[in-house]
Write a protein that binds this ligand. Structure first.
Ligand code: NAD
Length: 252
């Protein structure tokens, strides 16, 4: 068999039970990587691991709630113990939900930030020694919402903007170390997250029109090549970037 880009590499993917995380895990497996798969959804995680097994790949399912800081460290430790190294960390898991700003509870605010920012940060913190040793990479999944004022998504949009700046800040702090830290910012993706969005009663739908992608939505598989480029040697010139992949939503 010809050699593949991620042969001999170990990749952690969060959010791997569904949508973009699942597609990312499968794409890495097809490129030769061994996978540590994390998600709160243990059943979906097992399905992803099985489909990677069916492709002849190797994947370990590690059910994890990334809003739990101790669980983040335990995930990295378990991935390293089971697979022997960590070359790439992909923070794909995310929490979402439309809400009027007047109705967001402190608990809802904290949950969004715990999953979208705090979890990724503490996963990176735990994984960095391994990633530096491996001369590896971090890829965070932000959102076009990081770059637009987004009505009824103030907590989500703020969390994704925070994730973008977290990416850049860590890229600067580790500029002298052999690790690359980047993000992507997709627009709409056809996944469970947006399949049946529940919107609060009485919202002004005019304010949501701004985000309707004129070029339609992406499939998860449309974005996986970009993630693999950032994670591997083809992305060697890219550090501290957030690459927009939103079919033009943030163009104007
Ligand atoms: N779907 C979109 O339109 C869209 C657009 C821009 C960015 N994104 C981002 O893409 C990423 C992937 O989302 P998706 O569209 O594939 O949605 P998805 O709902 O299919 O997948 C999200 C996954 O994250 C997991 N997750 C949620 N909370 C978790 C937690 N506490 N611990 C571990 N796992 C948890 C879920 O169980 C789910 O499997 C997210 O970060 C999302 O914010 C999505």
């Amino acid at each position: 068999m010809s050699s593949r880009e991620f042969d001999g590499k170990v990749v952690i993917v969060t959010g791997a039970a569904s949508g973009l995380g699942r597609a990312t895990a499968v794409a890495f497996a097809q490129a030769g990587a061994r996978l540590a798969l994390a998600d709160v959804d243990a059943q979906g995680l097992q399905e992803t691991a099985s489909s990677i097994g069916d492709l002849g790949g190797e994947a370990v399912a590690l059910p994890t709630d990334i809003s739990d800081v101790a669980a983040c460290a335990a995930l990295v430790e378990a991935a390293h113990a089971r697979l022997g190294q960590i070359d790439v960390l992909c923070n794909v898991a995310g929490a979402f939900g439309f809400a009027k700003a007047t109705e967001i509870s402190p608990e809802a605010w904290n949950r969004i930030f715990a999953v979208n920012v705090r979890g990724p940060f503490f996963l990176i913190q735990a994984a960095l020694p391994h990633l530096i040793r491996a001369e590896g990479a971090v890829v965070n999944v932000a959102s076009a919402s990081a770059f637009l004022g987004h009505a009824y998504l103030s907590h989500y949009a703020a969390s994704k903007a925070a994730l973008v700046n977290l990416t850049k800040s860590l890229a600067m702090e580790f500029i002298d170390q052999p690790v690359r830290i980047n993000a992507i910012a997709p627009g709409g993706i056809n996944t469970a997250m947006t399949a049946t969005p529940s919107v609060p009663e009485g919202i002004d739908f005019r304010l949501l029109g701004r985000y309707t992608p004129l070029r339609g939505s992406s499939e998860p598989e449309d974005l996986t090549d970009l993630i693999l480029v950032l994670a591997g040697p083809r992305g060697k010139a890219i550090h501290g970037a957030c690459l927009n992949a939103d079919r033009g939503i943030t163009a104007g």
